[in-house]
Design a protein around this ligand. Structure first.
Ligand SMILES: [Zn+2]
Length: 220
């Protein structure tokens, strides 16, 4: 299957992407990984991307698209792939269509993880991270430490990252609404969008997504 995964920050997209790719035996292609791989591998595209980033500028869509194209042409992506973080705007979606048409392939589904804005804010703004180890993550509602403000694992001090403050989260959501959400309508016009509620336990969301994708596959 060839799938695009979309959803606002805080929808658990990264987690679901890894799980779904594994279940469907297709590579998980995330823009974050693409950038890291190209930059650390010092590819031409990586060097180009880095020059923009070093100058504090946004990496142009063409560079991101070229990286995604390279990756999708690897042998392991022949039978399908799951795109995560790309396309992130309508012009990237159009470029992706063009690219796929050139290869005579089509997308099978665009999986939209739906979660309300208030839920996103609650999820992200409630996160508390340990100062000693950023993998020690707690939540003021969903995963309370035994003692408030203290890490259960190592006793370190828990804090809220700047990125996780409510006003920052709301700003990130605004960017998502204005830039990325329009691609859902773009793909709806192609009959590709499968929306599932991204609420509840992680396993349950994966199960829901797989079922919805199976239904979508059967209707084609
Ligand atoms: Zn800790």
């Amino acid at each position: 299957m060839r799938i695009v995964l979309v959803g606002p920050p805080g929808a658990g997209k990264g987690t679901q992407a890894v799980r779904l790719a594994e279940k469907l035996s297709i590579p998980h292609i995330s823009t974050g990984d693409l950038f890291r791989a190209n930059i650390s591998g010092q590819t031409e595209l990586g060097k180009l991307a880095k020059s923009y980033m070093d100058a504090g500028e946004l990496v142009p869509d063409e560079v991101t698209i070229a990286m995604a194209k390279d990756r999708m042409e690897q042998p392991d992506a022949e039978g399908g792939f799951l795109l995560d973080g790309f396309p992130r705007n309508v012009s990237q979606a159009e470029a992706l269509d063009e690219l796929l048409t050139g290869e005579s392939i089509t997308l099978d589904a665009v999986l939209d993880l739906e979660v309300s804005e208030d839920e996103v804010v609650k999820r992200i703004a409630g996160r508390r991270i340990c100062r000693n180890d950023s993998s020690h993550v707690f939540h003021v509602t969903y995963s309370k430490p035994k003692r408030e403000g203290v890490c259960d694992v190592c006793g370190g001090e828990l804090y809220q990252r700047d990125d996780d403050h409510e006003d920052t989260v709301r700003k990130r959501l605004e960017v998502y609404h204005s830039q990325t959400e329009p691609i859902i309508d773009y793909y709806k016009a192609q009959g590709l969008v499968v929306t599932i509620p991204a609420l509840g336990p992680v396993d349950e969301i994966t199960r829901r997504a797989l079922e919805a994708l199976k239904r979508e596959d059967a209707t084609q």
